[in-house]
Unconditional design. Sequence first.
Length: 135
Amino acid sequence: MGHAVDAESSLVAQLTLAQRWATRGLARDLAEDDCTVDQWLVLRALADGQGHPMGELAGTLRIAQPTLTRVVDALSDRALVYRRQDTGDGRRVEVHLSRQGGVRLVRLEAVVRAHEATLASDPGWQETRRKLTLP
């Protein structure tokens, strides 16, 4: 005899479902602009104009180090980011947003804002947000 799953009773389930709802379609919209969600997140994290070590980016963005390396490699191949040795610690490499990456990020942010506007008008998303209860 099966039991119904009560996703509302689990914070992790609520957050997972909200994340899936929120990003539904975003990957497709970004792909039309030749970008992935992870690539957009990395560009966004670098938008402060400072270099960031790979380990810091991986931790902040919750992206596994090997995946982050592939993402940064792809962005570097397209000259959207570049790597440079940390001036304070020559053993450490920092990732920086290039000028071209900054221009690209402006365009991607417009794609994301359009996605968010569509999401905000979706009754299903409004209901999901209403149900989300954080302790």
